[in-house]
Design a protein around this ligand. Sequence first.
Ligand SMILES: *[C@@H]1O[C@H](CO)[C@@H](O)[C@H](O)[C@H]1NC(C)=O
Ligand SMILES: *[C@@H]1O[C@H](CO)[C@@H](O)[C@H](O)[C@H]1NC(C)=O
Ligand SMILES: *[C@@H]1O[C@H](CO)[C@@H](O)[C@H](O)[C@H]1NC(C)=O
Length: 401
Amino acid sequence: MIGKLVGGLVAIYILLNAARNQYLNEIAVIYREDARLGQLGLTNKPMVEINGKRVHGRFLHITDLHPDPYYVVGSSPSEQCHSGSKSDEVKAGKYGDAILGCDSPMLLMNKTIEWISDNLADKIDFIVWTGDNIRHDNDQFKISNLVLDEEEDEQVEVEDNNSNYFASFGEYQIKKNFETQGGVPNNKVGYMESLRRDLYAKVKGKKKSGAHLERYSIAHVGSSIVPTFNPGFRIWEYNISDVSKFNQPFSWDSFFMKIDHLIENLEVDDDFEISKKKKKHKKKKPDKTFPPQFPKHNKLGPAYTPQFLSPEKYVQYYLDLESVNKGDKHFEYEIEYKSNEDPFYLPDLTVSLWLQLARNLGKPTKSKFKDDKELKKLESIWKYFLKFSFVSSDYENKNYG
Ligand SMILES: *[C@@H]1O[C@H](CO)[C@@H](O)[C@H](O)[C@H]1NC(C)=O
Ligand SMILES: *[C@@H]1O[C@H](CO)[C@@H](O)[C@H](O)[C@H]1NC(C)=O
Ligand SMILES: *[C@@H]1O[C@H](CO)[C@@H](O)[C@H](O)[C@H]1NC(C)=O
């Protein structure tokens, strides 16, 4: 969790880094017709060129590859796709299979990276790569190959000359005692229904949560490459209108020092809890909320009001594994949906609009509808929301609960 949170923060700093050499520099706004952008569902908006480096206003978020070098095509998913009898009805597919619980074949990872490189690399500013780049170890298969020390699990940065930045933060750490996760997802429809009732239907209004609903923040659960459902990733588009005005110097060292400091303080807080039980009389607990609390008189940031860096839109891509395995489709990531079009029609991605969507998703669970048409429309949006939650794998109709 911390790994992913830090990953998100890093994304923002990477962007600022991309724009840091502003003063005394050459700035140009470039508009170039690119038919491929339209095919990819991306907005054909002007780029800003700073000292020859182009800022597109887009980044890729990719996560949880979980490649498994021991994956065997045709083996049994009940044996983690490592082995298995020929008599098994279900056999591990060439590119992996949605929902069956195995990790990614190396081929899926390779072809995914190749597709991104061929189709997206020159259209984005950077990649946010939030880790989980090693396999699960559900059957503790060939454990000795898996022992990584902590060093290896730290961030990797690659910089190329087109200002594409890559950051990987491994959350999934393998140490002496192996953790296992992954596997066949169960009861996820039930879980989504409970969110609908308990979270979406109960979103507070402006009176309780501020004019821009700034007492809320949004966490996005992105689709993984490992085919828990179908493989998928997202391209985010963000506002670069004022990128040329940004001119703070930037240092990775000081960035990581600040993050380390904040995380250390978190741990100090745990110790504090323990010592509190021993001693009854304690000073008022210092506020160590992470990230630190929002200063009262600051202006709201890009998550809440449209401005430089505000997220404007995303395009969700997915791989239709079943068709690709059968040979009915080429290995090609397709647009699953766009945030600004059917069925969600979000004009931008500020928090208050997300919460409006959440309310609409939850509304049928708590309100009586006089207008049958409205109810039908909201139920249809919920159906799409479920379908996309499971990356168009049809999980919601397959009786997994
Ligand atoms: C994946 O790519 C790596 C690096 O290019 C290569 O060594 C490996 O053979 C590839 N594996 C598959 C299954 O494509
Ligand atoms: C990037 O640019 C530098 C300086 O112009 C050059 O030496 C280097 O080879 C380039 N790297 C790549 C990967 O193109
Ligand atoms: C982008 O930010 C600028 C201010 O920097 C604002 O005027 C503009 O409306 C924003 N664009 C969008 C599409 O929200």
